[in-house]
Structures are given as C-alpha cells and as structure tokens.
Design a protein around this ligand. Structure first.
Ligand SMILES: [Fe+2]
Length: 404
C-alpha cells in the first residue's frame, strides 16, 4: 500500500480504541495513492454547530446520544461573547457554540439559520500545502494559516469557505495533545450512565451531506474536485430519488481514502416542493443537512436512542413485506423482523450491504437531522431506500403543512 495516510490512525481514533480494520468496516475506507494528492486529508476533525442554547444542547447530546463532554471555552476562559462545548463519541467530535452577550455575532448567525452546522473541520497533515492549492483553484480563504499555542503544544490551522455560510477549518494537530484546541480547557461529563449502557452509541462520522440551491450541485462537486482534490464516488440522479411529489439530485464527493465523504443535494423540479426546498427555505440558504454516524450495532444503538427519546422517521410495514426487497437484500446479519420492529432500512449493492435509519429534525426548524449507519462491505448511501425514505419525509412535511 502506498498510502501512508490510510495506514495511520489519528490520535482521536487511537484514543477511541478503534483499529484500522474496524474503521475500514465502519466508514468504508478504500486504499489510494496519496503521493499525487494535492490536498491530502487525514480525517474529519470536528463538526461545528451554532445552536440557540449550547449549555442545554451539550447536556442533551450527553444524555440522549451518549456523547462525552471533553472540552469547553467561554467567559470563564476569557471568551466574552460565546460558549463552546466539545463532545466526543469514538472518533466523532461535535462542537456546540452559543451566544452569551446580546451583541454576539453567534446570535446573528442563529437568528438567520437556527441550529445548524457552521464548520466541517478537516484534519490535514499540511495546512499550508492545502491552502496554497485551494487558493490556486480560486477558493475563498477565510482564515490564513497560522499557529495557535498553549501549554499542550501548537496547532496549525486555517479555514476556507464552502456552500452557504459553512466553512472547512483545516487543522494540523500533530504537535498538540490538549483536549481540543488552544484556548479550550478540559471538561468531563457529569452524566452517570446507567448499568449496561454501552460505552458509546456511535464510533465515527461516516458522511456529512450538504444541501445547495437548485442548479448549483455540479458547481459544488467541481469545487470539491478542484479545491480539495476529492473524487466523485457515486451518482444518483433524477428518477433514482424521485417520488410522486418531490425530487432531488445528489452526487457524492470523497477524500482519496473515503474517510471524509460529502454527498451534495440540490432540489429537482417536481410536482410539489421537495424536502431540499424546505431545508433551503428554513435554513435560509445552503447548508449541512445530515450527518451519518457509524455504529457497529445499529439495533442496540436504535433501541437506546428510542429509550432516550430520539424520534426516527417511520417506515411502513409494507417496506419490509415487499418480496422484491427481500429478494434484493438476501441474507443480513439479523432476521428482517428485527429490522421491521425498529424501522431500520437495509440496502445491498455489489460490495455488500448496509443498515440505516434517519432521525426526525433535531431542532425547531425542519433542517438538520442524523442518520445512523452500520456498514457491511457496502460503500453506498442506501440508494435503494431513497424512495421509501422520501415518502416518509413527505408524510412529515404534510404534517407540517409544507405539502398539501
Ligand atoms: Fe446519508
């Protein structure tokens, strides 16, 4: 194997006790030659959110999604106008930021977009090389490469703009061993897990999906091809993902080894407003729609999430009773009745199969939600489930009065 990046686990992955073989199965890694990659990527570093109440959101994610609080920054650490809580589950890291002072720019962002993703941060071995390449390809550099240092070491970081008001912060943390970034202090969870609660409910971020304006998907695919050197992984267009009422187009770009995967959706013209139109309207522009979180035991994860109050999209029993589906998916690791009981979807392609389920929107606006995914060889995204999934979303949209 020529790719030295793929063979090395990140500090986060090692800390989380993940092996390369596990990670390969969890998120569907592939081998690739990094030597000619103009923008080498190590892993997804963090997902940064702006939320209306970071303090309560951090508690909610600890209680309901089983995440652990690891770091904090706010007025107590010298940041006057905002609070940020850093949570982890395996190698997945979420950062929730809320405004504290009335004049905080965080609150302006929240007024416009509601709870949402502002930063899909990427860990890279060479920030300067990536930024030089991104600039040469016409990217907007929001933060120039610079060092940030505290008693735990030095992080080199920069940021570039992507769709909407979303950014990619680039982080080289190879010379740093603090809890997150310089300026953050260690905070540990005060939640006591009940007996028998697994160590975590998900191990890694599998993919993060962006919704962009109609007619602009190809522009953003080209952006990821040219600026980040990402390759096109799969292509689902038109009828693949159209129901009677709504339609969308979707293409997936990924880093060389598929550690970072960004599907991009745009609405397609249809009889009625699509779920992507609804997102763009309520988020007030392009933004991140869902994060897929990888788990090695989706049945147990879903059982606990439901006990914790997380709500999932409904899948009708007819989905599971369809002989065509049963023939297509063949044998999976559990009887289909177990999936039916939990409304977990299943899809198979030439490489294997995957199990997946989608939550309802997490916040007040019908924007950001989660997918939980358990891969068994499949490198896909559940193409065979898109129709069933969208019909479920449309039932929710009818209930919200978006479709009538
Ligand atoms: Fe997904």
């Amino acid at each position: 194997m020529t790719d030295s990046i793929l063979t090395v686990l990140t500090h986060e992955e090692e800390q989380a006790g993940l092996s390369l073989a596990q990670l390969k199965e969890l998120v569907g890694l592939v081998e690739y030659d990094a030597s000619s990659d103009p923008f080498p990527v190590t892993a997804q570093d963090a997902v940064g959110f702006v939320v209306g109440n970071a303090t309560q959101t951090a508690t909610f994610y600890q209680l309901a999604l089983g995440m652990d609080l690891v770091a904090y920054r706010g007025p107590e650490t010298g940041v006057r106008d905002s609070k940020s809580y850093v949570l982890k589950s395996g190698s997945a890291r979420f950062v929730f930021t809320g405004g504290v002072t009335p004049d905080s720019p965080v609150l302006d962002h929240h007024r416009k977009h509601g709870d949402g993703v502002v930063d899909l941060a990427i860990e890279v071995p060479d920030v300067d090389k990536c930024i030089d390449h991104a600039r040469s390809q016409g990217a907007t550099i929001l933060v120039e490469p610079h060092d940030e240092t505290d008693e735990h070491g030095t992080v080199r970081t920069a940021a570039l703009a992507t769709y909407g008001e979303t950014r990619h912060t680039l982080v080289d943390r190879s010379r740093y061993d603090g809890p997150y970034l310089p300026g953050y202090i260690t905070r540990t969870t005060t939640v006591e897990r009940r007996e028998g609660h697994p160590r975590r409910l998900f191990q890694a971020v599998d993919h993060c999906v962006g919704n962009v304006e109609i007619g602009r998907m190809d522009e953003w695919v080209e952006f990821y091809n040219k600026v980040l050197g990402f390759t096109n992984m799969a292509e689902f267009i038109g009828d693949d993902i159209a129901t009677d009422y709504s339609a969308l187009m979707s293409k997936v770009v990924a880093s060389g080894n598929h550690r970072v995967k960004f599907p991009l959706n745009e609405p397609a013209v249809a009889k009625k407003k699509s779920q992507i139109d609804e997102y763009l309207e309520f988020y007030d522009g392009a933004g991140c729609q869902h994060m897929a979180l990888a788990t090695s035991d989706i049945l147990r994860t879903v059982d606990i999430l439901r006990e914790n109050g997380i709500e999932f999209l409904e899948t009708p029993d007819s989905y599971y009773d369809d002989p065509e589906l049963r023939a297509r998916i063949g044998q999976v690791r559990v009887p289909i009745e177990e999936l039916k009981k939990r409304k977990i979807l299943v899809d198979r392609d030439e490489d294997g199969y995957l199990l997946q389920i989608f939550t309802k929107p997490m916040g007040d606006r019908p924007t950001v939600f989660y997918e939980f995914i358990e891969r068994h060889g499949s490198l896909g995204f559940g193409k065979g489930n898109f129709k069933a999934l969208f019909e479920a979303i449309e039932r929710e949209m009818f209930a919200r009065g978006i479709l009538c």
